[in-house]
Design a protein around this ligand. Structure first.
Ligand SMILES: Cc1cc2nc3c(=O)[nH]c(=O)nc-3n(C[C@H](O)[C@H](O)[C@H](O)COP(=O)(O)OP(=O)(O)OC[C@H]3O[C@@H](n4cnc5c(N)ncnc54)[C@H](O)[C@@H]3O)c2cc1C
Length: 453
């Protein structure tokens, strides 16, 4: 059986057990004190589950806000998700279930509903564009098939190059191909050259991605009602033994029966938290081996809409790989003059160094080349998550040669110290729903430990 198919089956089996209600568990020892570190979706899910079972839970959060890598920002005058935006494959997805339960609207998106423009300012012919999308999809499928037949993992780019002679393409064909690849590789938040072709990205859900026009924050706001969240509590040391866990933050000290650590992989890689005793080598090796990617959002506000409002996305085939490849078209979703760009990898690293005025002027030049009636940018915001000390990047990815076992290793508890977060969720990593499910998984683990005692 091919590795990817196997992962799909495995994830379906895991899912059934993960979304089981926990009401049958934990009828005793409600005095247990539990600390959850991190108020991202995984920490909130863990705390919500435990609190709903009647347990004392405190969440310690380094920032002065909830959400971590989910952040709906309103500083440009409308809610814009500067991190997670989409529910990927909503059918069966627990986040879509929450949205229904909380009565929060979401909107269907179609990744093929797009206008694409070249760096010469011309719009790609829609028929050619459609053919290109189909062609690249076929190339990707062939590349994965090729990769699955190899004895060892190769990079996604090596797999693509094995099934397509890129050098034989014309300059324009090459530009188009690299544009399409750069939109695809952004899923993994790293260039295809570094992504494992065996991967671990299958999950058990279905359906076209949907988007919260009013922001993902609406889900979080409902989930945190009644939770005890302590803000600006930057955890710097965790000591644990067979009786309790002690947590030292920059300003306080907490003692708990159990602690669930949900800080991002990027934070674990920075080694900004001291563990006593030190983490086992198997865990530190997994932290080192699993990659932390780099995906960012670019929000732009104009005075008025001057671009077509009949497609969900606008694409740009720049001369430089990954340069402003795709924008979600807020004029279509809301009638408002906003574009929300998704930018990853080296290009994101490069523009993170630019002063805001340079970023604005480079983008103004592009829009003026494409649209005769383009208006100058009014306001702009770029998220440089790789420079954020409480994230250290966007989300995890599997580098070439690393297997999905690292996710399982990261999820392993060490006595009373448990681990959740997207990077602990094999088959569902890099997503909001994966992080959410990991929080429930660890809350259930705590409840099971308590019951066994
Ligand atoms: C740009 C971008 C776009 C994305 N798009 C999507 C999308 O469209 N759909 C999707 O499903 N997923 C998307 N994701 C992924 C998704 O956002 C994450 O997988 C998910 O939010 C991770 O949740 P988490 O709880 O694991 O981690 P986090 O949300 O990072 O929570 C961890 C928390 O720990 C806190 N913390 C860190 N260090 C400390 C410390 N020392 N002490 C105390 N607290 C600390 C952090 O501040 C944070 O609040 C995107 C991510 C990014 C960055």
């Amino acid at each position: 059986m091919k590795r990817r198919n196997f992962m799909k089956l495995l994830s379906l089996v895991v899912l059934e057990t993960l979304v089981e209600p926990v009401s049958a568990l934990a009828m005793q020892n409600k005095n247990a004190q539990i600390v959850v570190i991190g108020a991202g979706i995984s920490g909130i899910a863990a705390a919500r589950t435990l609190k709903d079972q009647g347990y004392e839970v405190v969440i310690l959060e380094a920032r002065n806000r909830i959400g971590g890598r989910m952040w709906t920002d309103e500083s440009l005058g409308t809610p814009l998700d500067m991190r997670a935006s989409w529910i990927h494959k909503p059918k069966g997805n627990p986040i879509a279930k929450l949205a229904k339960e909380f009565n929060i609207d979401y909107t269907q998106t179609d990744w093929e509903s797009l206008h694409v423009y070249s760096s010469r300012g011309e719009e790609s012919d829609r028929e050619n564009l459609g053919e290109l999308l189909v062609k690249v999809e076929k190339i990707q499928r062939k590349a994965l098939k090729y990769a699955n037949k190899q004895d060892k993992d190769i990079s996604m780019m090596e797999a693509v190059k094995a099934v397509l002679d890129i050098e034989s393409l014309s300059k324009i064909e090459k530009e188009e191909l690299y544009w399409q690849l750069s939109t695809l590789e952004m899923d993994g938040a790293i260039e295809f050259e570094q992504q494992s072709s065996w991967g671990d990205y299958e999950d058990g859900f279905r359906g076209d991605d949907v988007l919260f026009v009013g922001g993902y924050r609406q889900i979080l706001d409902k989930l945190v009602v009644g939770l005890d969240i302590r803000f600006e509590q930057v955890v710097k040391k965790i000591e644990h033994n067979s009786d309790f866990v002690e947590i030292e933050t920059v300003q306080d000290y907490f003692k708990a029966d159990y602690a669930i650590l949900t800080v991002p992989l990027g934070v674990l890689k920075q080694e900004s938290i001291v563990f006593e005793p030190v983490l086992p080598t198997s865990k530190t090796k997994a932290i080192e081996e699993l990659g932390m990617g780099n995906l960012n959002k670019l929000a732009i506000r104009f005075l008025e809409v001057f671009w077509p409002a009949d497609s969900y996305f606008l694409g740009y085939i720049g001369e430089e790989r990954g340069a402003f490849p795709i924008f979600a078209n807020w004029a279509t979703f809301t009638d408002k003059p906003y574009l929300l760009g998704v930018i990853g990898n080296s290009f994101a690293r490069k523009i993170a160094e630019w002063p805001e005025e340079k970023l604005k002027s480079e983008l103004n030049k592009i829009f003026q080349k494409i649209f005769k009636n383009a208006k100058p940018i009014e306001a702009i915001q770029f998220s440089a998550w790789m420079n954020d000390p409480y994230a250290g990047g966007s989300y995890s990815f599997l580098p070439v040669g690393v297997t999905g076992d690292v996710y399982d290793e990261l999820a392993k508890p060490i006595g009373r110290l448990l681990f959740a977060g997207e990077a602990t969720m094999r088959g569902f990593s890099a997503t909001v729903h994966g992080a959410y499910m990991s929080g429930i998984r660890e809350a259930e683990r705590v409840l099971e430990i308590i019951i066994r005692k």
